[in-house]
Design a protein around this ligand. Structure first.
Ligand code: CTP
Length: 418
């Protein structure tokens, strides 16, 4: 990677001392790093330390360097902005777009990708205000790294600890590389995300635990890489990303309609949504009442269409079809075999095998997947944040569609001209 101009914002939390490690990792990787600490950050770590480690002068005051219009110049010149630690206060300010210090101005004056590493006490992290602010930032394309779960400043532990400096530096550089790639420019990518809900009556549904995080991460990453993205969103638990054409659906039949429309002429369709295989045979117009007595209840269900198999079975020249296989199988070989069987049965070009369970897969911010290609071969294995897994999955999409396009060109070359 050629050297980047990186702004590292440091805000006023105890983890500020660990931010020195982030600066150091980025400098050692050959980048030009400019540290913008808040006043609060300088109570935890001294300016001379930051200047020595970053090898650049450190500014913090909005009213210094006015002649060189520093409050916008730093942001305009940046290729990447990393904020570590990002306190609850800073996250709230970023979500609102406040610019009352040099860091706030720098972020607003920049078009560079922004990566933040939250650090705070568990209660503050879980507070609905913080969660809403994080969701806003994520929907604007900000990459959130962590927080990790572990020992906090006091005797308590839980989610809120800043991720390790090397992890933050690596995630930030990965994000910058993805933004610089633009290797999906001009491509139309359709992604389904979330889980369908099949109504029983006006107040109840049959659903599943898919949060939509992995599908949304793929949509975000594809958009960052230049694609025109349609996101078919089924009951997402997180905010839909900006910059995508969002089509909201709830049931499998609605999802089928939306994806069939959107797939026409698309270059790539990624079926990350968890689709209900069955729906109630009858949907009651009024709330179902329980019978008197202690008897149970039997629900009659009918099969939903297999949407991916429908797309795979129809002619889809020029459209790369990627499915997901959500499996609870603990044995690795059997897991792969289940994924291969799904790839075959559905006529997909690629399948992403994803182990799910009570404690893995769904709501988590991390994922571990294996991607299988047309001939059943393992194309890639990926694990890490759902954002980094999304980029690894899109790397496969890019290389597979390039291979398919060049194969098509070769065929054309050999076609007899009449
Ligand atoms: N899928 C679909 N339509 C369905 C069910 C699933 O298009 N009615 C898609 C999913 O979006 C995913 C792939 O098929 O890309 C595999 O989904 P999964 O839930 O893993 O498997 P199922 O086909 O439902 O099979 P099973 O539940 O028996 O494991």
């Amino acid at each position: 990677m050629s050297p980047l101009n990186i702004v590292v914002g440091i805000t006023g939390g105890i983890a500020a001392y660990k931010a020195v490690g982030v600066v150091r990792a980025l400098v050692l990787a050959g980048h030009d790093v400019h540290v913008v600490p808040t006043e609060g950050a300088l109570r935890f770590v001294g300016r001379p330390t930051l200047e020595a480690i970053s090898r650049n002068p450190v500014h913090t005051d909005l009213y210094e360097g006015v002649a060189e219009v520093r409050h916008v110049a730093i942001g305009q010149a940046a290729d990447l902005i990393v904020i570590a630690p990002a306190t609850a206060n800073t996250i709230a300010k970023l979500a609102t777009g406040l610019a009352d210090d040099l860091l706030g101005n720098t972020v607003l004056a920049s078009e560079a990708p922004v990566v933040i590493a939250p650090a705070m006490h568990t209660e503050m992290w879980r507070h609905p205000a913080t969660q809403a602010n994080v969701a806003t930032l994520r929907s604007r394309g900000v990459t959130i790294v962590g927080p990790a779960v572990g020992q906090l400043t006091g005797a308590d532990s839980g989610p809120g600890r800043m991720e390790e400096p090397e992890v933050i530096a690596a995630a930030a550089l990965e994000r910058a590389a993805a933004s610089a790639r633009r290797d999906l420019a001009g491509r139309r990518v359709v992604v389904t995300a979330g889980g369908t809900r099949e109504p029983l009556d006006p107040v109840r549904f049959l659903g599943n635990r898919s949060s939509g995080k992995q599908g949304v991460a793929i949509a975000e990453a594809a958009r960052a890489r230049g694609a025109e993205v349609t996101l078919i969103a089924a009951n997402l638990e997180i905010a839909a990303p900006e910059g995508c054409d969002i089509r909201r659906v709830s049931t499998a039949l609605e999802l089928q309609q939306a994806v069939t429309d959107a797939a026409k002429g698309a270059d790539v369709v990624v079926m990350a949504a968890a689709v209900a295989d069955y729906r109630p045979a009858d949907v009651s117009e009024s709330k179902l009442k329980k019978d008197e007595g202690d008897g149970g209840m039997t629900l009659e269900l009918v099969r939903n269409p297999d949407i991916l198999a429908g797309l795979g079975g129809a002619p889809h020249d020029g459209t790369l079809l990627m499915g997901f296989a959500a499996e609870t199988e603990p044995d690795d070989d059997r897991l792969l075999a289940l994924g291969r069987a799904k790839l075959e049965a559905k006529g997909a070009d690629l399948i992403v095998i994803n182990r799910v369970g009570w404690h893995e897969g769904f709501a988590s911010d991390e994922n571990r997947v294996v991607v299988i290609g047309r001939d059943g071969e393992i194309v890639t294995r990926a694990h890490g944040t759902k954002a980094s897994v999304a980029d690894d999955i899109l790397d496969v999409v890019v290389s597979e569609s390039t291979t398919a396009a060049s194969a098509a060109d070769t065929t054309k070359e050999h076609e007899p001209t009449t």
